[in-house]
Every structure is written in structure tokens, then in C-alpha cells.
Design a protein around this ligand. Structure first.
Ligand SMILES: C[S@@+](CC[C@H](N)C(=O)[O-])C[C@H]1O[C@@H](n2cnc3c(N)ncnc32)[C@H](O)[C@@H]1O
Length: 287
């Protein structure tokens, strides 16, 4: 883990060291990633901008609300969005270990662009996971199907390396809340996990916050204890919380101050009260 702390250069970024296993960077991920050593990270989870905040409406708690997640989520047009995705996915490839893997989450606004970039850059796609949200908000217009899933692409850096997949844990672990997972049967590529519960938002809200349960599953599936996990679009720090719960080291990058502050609050709370929050059934498998 400590290798990552030795940056080659010091561009415009700020390092926030929570402890030796959890380090945050405030800055643009393209600049921060350029300063990281090559082939140093075991796994990357990336939840990049969706490029969907362009004046539409969605339903939240039964009300019509504007889809404006922030400037960071505005579309710059198909080509520019794609160029951005290609750049950060290439930067991630440089810092991943040869047998490392990357997870990218998104909706149809962004995920095909990211998938094309992965192919172009020579990654080897392992799976696409459909994250089904049983409690998704209804569709107000009644002119479309209700959007109730996001897609996660899981890819290996190189075609010829062996990646980590904790097959037995995924097959036999305790996933009791997922109505699509049959106990002691192989884990399939559709996961039913609700959106974040209120207690995961008690320190403040992020418009695209992921549930900790989703990140716990990803980390337990594709890393060993003590692995180094990187999140270049950290948001509210969900990946950090999952890493802390399962003895993985974490490096996160986020460019918005308010989300860095939110992540710090969540991480400190987890470090203080972690044993209370920890899902005991998952914990016993996580090492
Ligand atoms: C989809 S959200 C991630 C949400 C996160 N997974 C969570 O659970 O809270 C994307 C985040 O990336 C940040 N972001 C966007 N562009 C960035 C960039 N170039 N460098 C670093 N952070 C960026 C945004 O501020 C936003 O918080």
C-alpha cells in the first residue's frame, strides 16, 4: 500500500491520509493517476459520470425532480464523453497490476462508451453484471419501462493473466437479502440489491451514492484480504467503507470538496463504529 504514497511528482492535488490503509486524494483523477506508480493496484472500482444531467426529470419519493446531479455529470457530446472515458480507462490500465481487474458501473448513457473504450484499450471483459434495484423509483411519464438496473462491467487488464475470483465465497456466502441468489448455487450475473438505506446517508447525500452491500460483494468477489483497491471517482466514499469492513487497503480520488468532506465523515464513523455496522454474515468470509 505504502508504494502508492510515493508519488512521482506533486501536481495540483491534496493527499488526505486517514490511516495507513486509507488514503484520499482531492483532485482530477487524470492528474492524480498520472502521478501513481505503474502496476501497483490490485483492483479498481470506477463509477464515472453518467453524462445524463441535461435537464430531464425523474421521480424521487413520489415527486418529479430535475435530473441535475451536478456540472460533473453534464454531457459534453458523444465524442467528448467517449474521449474522457478512454483517457481515464487508459490511466487506470497503467496503474493496474498485470493480473488486476477493473469494475465500471453505469447506465446506458455511459456504459456502452466505457465498454467500447475497454475493448479498444485491450482489456479482457470477464462479465457484465446487471445490478437490479428492487426498490427503484417509479417512472412518472408512463411512456417507458421503469429504469431499475445499472450495468457493471468487470474486466481484466491483460488477456493472458489469471485474475482473482473467489468462486466458493460467491457460491456459498450468505446473500440472504438477494432474492435472485439461491443458497449454495453459483452466483449469477444478476444481483438484486436495494438502493442505499437511510443510515448510509446520515452524514449527507450524494446524488449517485452506491449501496455498501454492492461494493462489499464486488470486493469480496474479486480481491483477497490486504489487496489495494482504487476508486478514481470516489463520490461519498462507499468503496472505502466496503474496504474497511473487509481488510482491504483503499486509495480514493474525488474532485469535489463537499464529497471529500462527506467521505471523511463516513470513513471516520466507520472506523469508530465499524463493528456495529458490519454485516456479520459477510464479515466472516471477508478475512
Ligand atoms: C457517479 S459519482 C460516484 C459515486 C460513488 N460511487 C458513491 O457511492 O458515492 C462520480 C463522482 O466522480 C466525481 N468526479 C467526476 N469527474 C471527476 C474527475 N475527473 N476526477 C475526480 N473525480 C471526478 C464527481 O464529483 C462524483 O462525486
Amino acid at each position: 500500500m505504502t508504494e502508492l504514497i510515493k508519488l512521482k511528482a506533486q501536481p495540483v492535488l491534496e493527499k488526505i491520509r486517514i490511516n495507513e490503509d486509507c488514503i484520499l486524494y482531492r483532485g482530477d483523477c487524470l492528474e492524480v493517476l498520472a502521478a501513481f506508480p505503474r502496476e501497483s493496484v490490485d483492483m479498481i472500482f470506477a463509477d464515472p459520470p453518467y453524462n445524463l444531467s441535461n435537464g430531464g426529470f425523474t421521480c424521487h419519493s413520489g415527486r418529479a425532480v430535475s435530473v441535475d446531479k451536478g456540472d460533473w455529470d453534464k454531457s459534453r457530446g458523444i465524442e467528448k464523453n467517449f474521449e474522457f472515458h478512454k483517457k481515464w480507462i487508459a490511466a487506470c490500465k497503467r496503474v493496474l497490476k498485470p493480473n488486476g481487474t477493473i469494475w465500471i458501473s453505469g447506465t446506458y448513457h455511459s456504459i456502452y462508451s466505457c465498454g467500447f473504450a475497454l475493448d479498444l484499450l485491450g482489456y479482457h471483459i470477464l462479465n457484465d453484471i446487471s445490478w437490479f434495484k428492487p426498490n427503484a423509483s417509479p417512472n412518472l411519464s408512463c411512456r417507458y419501462f421503469t429504469a431499475s438496473h445499472e450495468t457493471l462491467i468487470w474486466a481484466r487488464r491483460s488477456k493472458n493473466e489469471r485474475h482473482t475470483f473467489n468462486y466458493e465465497l460467491m457460491k456459498n456466502g450468505a446473500f440472504g437479502r438477494d432474492m435472485l441468489k439461491t443458497p449454495n448455487k453459483q452466483m449469477r450475473s444478476v444481483w438484486a440489491i436495494p438502493t442505499p438505506p437511510p443510515q448510509e446517508k446520515k452524514h449527507g447525500k450524494h446524488p449517485t451514492q452506491k449501496p455498501v452491500e454492492l461494493l462489499e460483494r464486488i470486493i469480496l468477489a474479486s480481491t483477497h484480504p490486504n489487496a489495494l483497491v482504487l476508486d478514481p471517482f470516489m463520490g461519498s466514499g462507499t468503496t472505502a467503507i466496503a474496504c474497511l469492513r473487509h481488510n482491504r487497503s483503499f486509495v480514493g480520488i474525488e474532485m469535489q470538496n463537499e464529497y471529500i468532506e462527506l467521505s471523511i465523515k463516513r470513513i471516520k464513523d466507520e472506523l469508530k463504529n465499524g463493528n456495529l455496522l458490519r454485516n456479520p454474515k459477510m464479515g466472516k468470509y471477508g478475512g
